[in-house]
Design a protein around this ligand. Structure first.
Ligand code: PAF
Length: 283
């Protein structure tokens, strides 16, 4: 596996792969790899000839009071893990490469970015779509793979790729969970032992919501109230949102059907913001 940091290098490598008729699979990340990231890399390896993983902690998707400065990173550890998964190129540009002086552009997907996480993290998704537009142009992928834990992010990326005619297949990959049920996330490294029960209330309350939807056939309002009650039993938890939406449009739904998706964002001790989601009737 080759580690590349410059724009000239990644562009010439990606172009060479294309000239050789090889299909490129892209896995964009911010590093601190866990099994969730590694499963995306393995999937890219299965689906394409050459896998490029990008590792860039994108400053423009963090708000002023968020965790940019403390975001976990360990390039050497990540390098070894990516190599084991068969990644061909690890592209780790620095801030100056991605955002040189006078950088002034912004990719904005209207509507989908105003709700859910977008409502409490203004500008976050513009940061995500802007960096991805650049990474897509730099790495020329045929396929790009993202985890479904960031369910809203995935919907926004699909919208951008369709709207802006990027010739890229966007694939989602199911959430990877710890045996406890906790959805894997780089931010789980912030959790202290005594915060684990509170963190588990997200996946446990989702399982409870699925049970209610399947067995009691209640409506969305009743499920949301039940989930809220479950989560707020933990004094460490403050709810950002609990929503049940249509999985394709992300618009709120009242009646539960096969496209209903529950999405949660919860802060643990006001320090760690965790998200989780699942289909209500599927899985
Ligand atoms: O999901 C992430 O890790 C980031 O939002 C992404 C897609 C790599 C863009 O910085």
């Amino acid at each position: 596996m080759k580690v590349v940091t410059t724009l000239a290098d990644i562009q010439s490598i990606a172009q060479r792969f294309r000239d050789e008729g090889l299909r490129i699979g892209l896995v964009p990340t911010m590093g601190c790899f866990h099994e969730g990231h590694l499963s995306l890399m393995r999937k890219a390896k299965e689906k394409t000839d050459k896998v490029i993983t990008t590792l860039f902690v994108n400053p423009i998707q963090f708000g002023p009071s968020e965790d940019l400065d403390s975001y976990p990173h360990d390039l050497e550890r990540d390098r070894k893990l990516a190599e084991k998964c068969g990644v061909d190129i690890l592209y780790a540009p620095d801030n100056k490469t991605m955002y040189p002086k006078r950088f002034a552009s912004n990719v904005h997907v209207a509507g989908l970015t105003d709700i859910l996480c977008g409502a409490s993290r203004p500008g976050h998704f513009d940061g995500v779509t802007t960096v991805l537009a650049k990474l897509f142009n730099q790495t020329l992928p045929h396929v790009a793979i993202f985890g479904e834990k960031d369910f809203q992010q995935l919907a926004i990326i699909r919208r951008m790729v369709t709207d802006l005619d990027f010739p890229i297949d966007i694939l989602g990959h199911p959430i990877v969970r710890e045996t406890s049920g906790l959805a894997m996330s780089s931010r789980n490294t912030y959790l202290r032992d005594n915060e684990m029960e509170a963190a588990l209330s997200l996946s446990r309350s989702i399982a409870y919501a699925q049970d209610l939807a399947r067995r009691e056939k209640v409506d969305a309002t009743a499920i949301i109230q039940a989930v809220e009650k479950e989560i707020t039993r933990h004094k460490e938890c403050s709810i950002d949102y609990i929503e049940i939406v249509n999985c394709r449009t992300l618009s709120s739904c009242t009646i539960i059907d096969s496209e209903s998706q529950i999405l949660l964002a919860v802060k643990i001790n006001n320090r760690i913001r965790l998200i989780d989601n699942s289909q209500l009737l599927g899985n």
